[in-house]
Design a protein around this ligand. Structure first.
Ligand code: GLP
Length: 236
């Protein structure tokens, strides 16, 4: 595992974008695993700048996102599809049909979970997976539990995650209580993993990277992957 310490959010974002950009240059038809939340917004802004400067071409890139809320109406500004379109996809030359997220409005979530897992496999698997980390150590929406979920699955969100994510909604009652997420096993199948941890994540990152590997801290499983890069902020 490589831990790269940067001074602040801007430096963290620039470095993460450099690594993602390098992946696209090395393999233009790569499959990027993408994340939502506050942590990757700066990274996506930097990627858009690189595209606008003519240094990156997304025309052959495929993307699969980690997770999606369940039950939000199609087009909801709180959906992760909306987040991805507005923070990245609409600003670069990626083909929208090459951008995949789980369908949070599917009628049968178990079926949708199996379908999405297969979809990732059919694309040939993820070359580089970008991850954020929740304050309780969650990755994607894999919440602390007694085991590591192997595949894409529906989840009930913990009250701490609902609370943390309520900052983006008008009222806490509007935050969905369920989501669908890649499993820890799905995430570990990526060739490379890039975890970005903003200034507010120092404590949990230390626990996850240097503590014992336990499903109570889902991100701790990254210690077992052969190619993980973690970018932290000095302020953390
Ligand atoms: C959400 C997402 C995660 C993300 C986490 C941290 O719950 N499902 O994928 O990593 O929040 O978000 P933030 O970067 O905003 O702290």
């Amino acid at each position: 595992m490589r831990v790269l310490n940067t001074k602040n959010y801007e430096e963290m974002s620039a470095l993460a974008a450099e690594i993602i950009g390098a992946q696209i240059l090395l393999k233009p038809r790569c499959v990027l695993g993408l994340a939502t939340g506050s942590s990757p917004i700066g990274t996506y802004q930097q990627l858009v700048r690189e595209y606008q400067a003519g240094r990156l071409d997304f025309s052959c890139v495929r993307t699969v996102n980690l997770d999606e809320y369940c039950g939000l109406p199609a087009g909801s500004p709180h959906s992760y599809r909306y987040f991805m379109d507005h923070n990245l996809f609409n600003h670069v030359n990626i083909r929208l049909e090459n951008t995949y997220l789980p369908n949070g409005t599917a009628l049968d979530m178990e079926f949708e979970a199996q379908r999405y897992e297969m979809q990732i496999e059919n694309l040939g698997g993820v070359d580089l997976q970008l991850l954020g980390i929740g304050h309780n150590g969650h990755i994607g929406f894999n919440e602390p539990s007694d085991s590591f979920p192997p595949t894409v699955h529906p989840v009930r969100l913990t009250s701490s995650t609902i609370h943390a994510n309520s900052r983006l909604f008008d009222r806490i009652e509007d935050v969905p209580t369920q989501a669908i997420t890649m499993g820890v096993g799905t995430i570990l199948k990526a060739q490379r993993i890039l975890l970005i941890a903003g200034p507010d994540k120092g404590e949990i990152v230390k626990k996850a990277l240097y503590g014992k590997v336990t499903p109570q801290i889902p991100a701790s499983v990254l210690q077992l992957h052969r190619d993980v890069t973690v970018i932290t902020c000095e302020e953390a």
